[in-house]
Design a protein around this ligand. Sequence first.
Ligand code: GDP
Length: 360
Amino acid sequence: ALTIGIVGLPNVGKSTLFNALTKNQVLAANYPFATIEPNIGVVELPDPRLDRLAEIFGSARILPATVSFVDIAGIVRGASEGEGLGNQFLANIREAEAICQVIRGFSDADVVHVDGKIDPAEDIDTINTELILADLQTIEKATPRIEKEVKQKKTEPEVLAAMQAAQGILEEGRTLFQAMQADGFDTAPLEDLQLMTTKPFLYVFNVDDDVLADEAKKEGMRALVAPAEAIFLDAKFESELAELDDDEAREMLESTGQDEAGLDKLARVGFDTLGLQTYLTAGPKEARAWTIPKGATAPEAAGVIHTDFQKGFIKAEIVSFEDLDKHGSMAEARAAGRVRMEGKDYVMVDGDVVEFRHGI
Ligand code: GDP
């Protein structure tokens, strides 16, 4: 499964956040296909549409999609030079598909900040700098080899050009993901180098509850990372929330004026940052969300249920969740002409409710 690596300076609340995530961990019995390891937290992707589907189809159970987070050992300044746990840290990051940086925004005199002060901009810069330096090293090390391969016509010259462009971006102190978001920099030719700053980033600001209610303060922090996504939560509060049952948790949330748990927001934004979306299936047995990459075609979506469904794909019977919700049953939606037959070139839309026809 695709994973989001949680990184951040020491004492920012990573472990607190990760513990909260693991308290919310899915039941392995429901997800036998998910590998659950000590440093991985697998949580459900909240999706109220599944409750409605279960109601319409009389489904016995609900199976949401999942999002996986991996706790990556603390970064220290100098990690790119192999300081402390540096090398292990970089190896772990390489294995994650997206990077979630936790940033300390809470003020607690009893918890020491490694750099002696609360400065989110500086913290972001510290992490970015280590990743940028590591990528620069990777590029410098690979350049002579790639130059040789281009001469031997084993590698396309575009790769070398992209490496030079990337080097320029990194030397300006920008990540390749920032360049991708801001100027559409194409990282595709660099794929084999497994550079770290090409991964999508998202940011969690771990803040006190007074900041959660302070839109102006949040806007200021959001501006530090835009256009990347920013999530504001109180890790300690989330950890307490994760121990309550659903009704109690909802009450506690409401009492603090929040409309959604921070962990739910993180799961949602993280899933989206990974470039994923879901489609839905429903029947008497279960109402279920299936994970596919954005842009996946109908046969590719079928392949997520079973590889044979992709090979034997004939067509897909599809109704949008909105139409099904509005009409209240498959029969009514069909009578209203809202149920379509789609072929092998159909590109899936988030929330499609699907039944595949296959020849196996
Ligand atoms: P890590 O080093 O980034 O994993 O940080 P920890 O999760 O171990 O947190 C460091 C310290 O900060 C611990 O004493 C936590 O209890 C405390 N802490 C974490 N999150 C919060 C928070 O949101 N508010 C406050 N006041 N303290 C927090």
